[in-house]
Design a protein around this ligand. Sequence first.
Ligand code: FE2
Ligand code: FE2
Length: 369
Amino acid sequence: MNENYSDDQIGRARVHDSPELIAYYKELENLGAGALWKVANDIEPWEPKSNSVPMLWKYDDLRNLVLKSSELVTPEQAGRRVVYLVNEKRKDVAAAVGWLYSGIQVTRPGESTSAHKHKASALRFIMEGEGGYTVVDGNKITFEVNDFVITPGSTWHEHGVDDNGKTCIWQDGLDIPLINALEANDYAVYDGKQALDVPINYSPINYGTAGMIPADKSWNKPYSPLFKYAWKQVYPALVNALEINEINLFDAIFMHYANPLTGGHVMLTMGASMQLLPAGFSGKAHKHTGSFVYQCAKGKGFTIIDGKRFDWKERDIFCVPSWAWHEHHNLSQTEDACLFNFNDLPVIEKLGLYQEKEYLENGGHQNII
Ligand code: FE2
Ligand code: FE2
């Protein structure tokens, strides 16, 4: 073995260019072919490798610009009046991290968007405002701050805020980059407003109350029949769980939003969770596959991602790329903190790609670089 190569390169491509090889590569290229050993080390990493970088989007910095969009363009002009969050290294696919898109949408009282649908699935996490609603396949759902709402792929949807409401801002999460990568997206515009097929809040009343489901209704869609998960139910659930459970060393109290019929993720391609970090919580570091976009729903703290500290408070958004070391800390000694996240775990899990690793050095905490 050539002594210039370290042990960890055993079995890896290590061919040096020569005039003969360069000419050979050119011949292959002209025929629409190539030598695998030229790219093998890049396309087959030793461990999962993300093209994204960790990022933090401070709400204080973005909020005014988001609001300004509502002065500059109407929802009709823009189609979707959204400021999107783009990862430094994923501009080419408009992703916030991995194959996930995220944006911040503002809607003023009396405004409503036109209805449309697309193969990409969407979700919303409500950041501020009052009187907001969404209509998903003829089902009007009202929402409040910190509620989580889904708009599964190919459902007709439109949003708005009541005339007497307050300007609403919410975070959108979509799998657009993934569906585009699979070359399977589409988009259609509804002619007019959707007719309301069922009473307001039909879905959350039928499927989101008391852990019960209607005995006389069938549901055969591949996503949750529950379109809204209300903060006023979610937060007490987390607080109660903290009372009776040992906390997880990495994530404290961590709960998935679940399809009440299956217990599985809310949609085929994207999952979402809420976690509660008790006062003073100092989480240990781990890493796993799957891309995550977080939003702080309550409190303040920081997350160390691959050795870099990101301080967050309510409404700040940050991302953790796949296989990045991360640990969460609550900065308050008296108040809990809550982190919402959405992720691509349903895809990662279904394809058998989930793996995780615990950070064992330094008491389980990363050094800040
Ligand atoms: Fe949409
Ligand atoms: Fe994690």
